[in-house]
Design a protein around this ligand. Structure first.
Ligand code: PXP
Length: 252
């Protein structure tokens, strides 16, 4: 593997705790600093339309931290004009476009490009983003499905983030998971000639991360819920370092 593998830590759930009580703590800024001091390569946040965790004021505040550390801010956004304006004002290094449904507990799957109407919407969204933020890289959160990936190639995006949620659930429940790995291998082969970055995210834990690291295909992992949960017992620093060690060991 010639490119260093990156760890993006998603700190949304620090804001989930804060919003649960409408308090000023825990501080998302302290969380971002701690995560970066512990070796993470970028901060990921998802400004949802329903504002259930990250708030608008968090976005520039977290961006300031990433700028001070000289690392990327990866802003996850749904296909909404209101949120697009926030992204345009922020101009982060990365925008990851995700599907979003109000009633979902968390992002439930990749973007649906099999619907031509939805594809068109994302295409126009990318166009505006590129016009307004020419230095922002775009990734699309998608399933490892050949037809969907064809559409990602058509959009000439910088990266795809493959939805690893179903693999992670199967792994956690002791089910067979090799079919997911086969799909990732095929997806990687399909995207390689187009030079599109191959990222992974959703549902990953330290143990399921090890499997993907062994496979050695992805160049970036975005992990959130597990890190915040693990940090309840070990502290954020140790939990981030655990993931970083898994990545570093596997990439030697
Ligand atoms: N990547 C994307 C695109 C996501 O939507 C999320 C959840 O916000 C994550 C990664 C992080 O997922 P998790 O919190 O399950 O690790």
């Amino acid at each position: 593997m010639n490119q260093p593998v990156r760890l993006g830590v998603n700190i949304d759930h620090v804001a989930t705790l804060r919003q649960a009580r409408g308090e000023q703590y825990p501080s998302i800024i302290d969380a971002a600093r701690c995560v970066l001091d512990s070796g993470a390569d970028q901060i990921t946040i998802h400004l949802r339309e329903d504002r259930r965790h990250i708030q608008d004021f968090d976005v520039p505040a977290v961006q300031l931290v990433t700028q001070r550390y000289g690392v990327p801010l990866n802003l996850e956004i749904g296909v909404s004009q209101e949120i697009l304006e926030v992204a345009i004002n922020t101009k982060p290094q990365w925008v990851c476009i995700v599907p979003e449904k109000r009633e979902e507990r968390t992002t439930e799957g990749g973007l649906d490009f099999l619907s031509s109407e939805h594809f068109k919407k994302v295409q126009n969204f990318c166009l505006r983003l590129r016009q307004e933020c020419p230095n922002t890289k775009i990734s699309l959160f998608v399933e490892a499905d050949p037809e969907t990936l064809k559409k990602c190639i058509e959009l000439k995006v910088d990266a795809v983030e493959i939805h690893t949620g179903e693999f992670a659930i199967d792994y956690n429940q002791g089910e067979k998971y090799t079919s997911h790995l086969q799909k990732y291998e095929q997806a990687h082969q399909q995207l390689l000639p187009a030079g599109i970055g191959f990222h992974a995210g959703h549902g990953l834990t330290d143990e399921s991360l090890k499997i993907l690291i062994e496979q050695g295909l992805f160049i970036e992992y975005n992990i959130g819920h597990w890190v915040i949960c693990d940090s309840l017992f070990w502290g954020l620093e140790k939990s981030v370092k655990k993931l970083k060690e898994i990545i570093n060991r596997g990439s030697l």
